[in-house]
Design a protein around this ligand. Structure first.
Ligand code: FES
Length: 93
């Protein structure tokens, strides 16, 4: 792998290396991650489920933008990725 083939993103502030052309999910899986978000109600771990942009299980925050599907978004050098947990809405009595 040449220097031009590498990308480095940060995930919750930690640098993670990947190859140019990989999706963010691909970089995360390549780094040994299987889950990077938790569900709103049960806080259940989620990562890639469909891998084709349909299920939204893989969403992350990228460069300040929430709900980015990691399986579709190509990783760009310097991307700042944050794991998502969106609290459930408050129930108004
Ligand atoms: S894994 Fe289903 S949308 Fe990304």
């Amino acid at each position: 792998m040449s220097r031009d083939d590498r990308v480095t993103i940060t995930v919750d502030g930690v640098p993670v290396g990947g190859r140019a052309g990989q999706s963010i999910a691909g970089v995360l899986i390549g780094a040994g991650e299987q889950a990077w978000r938790t569900t709103s109600f049960a806080s259940a771990a989620r990562g890639v489920f469909c891998g084709i942009g349909v299920c939204f299980d893989c969403v992350v925050e990228v460069n300040g933008l929430a709900d980015v599907r990691a399986c579709l978004r190509r990783a760009r050098d310097g991307d700042v990725v944050v794991r998502q947990h969106i609290a459930p809405p408050e129930v108004i009595p």
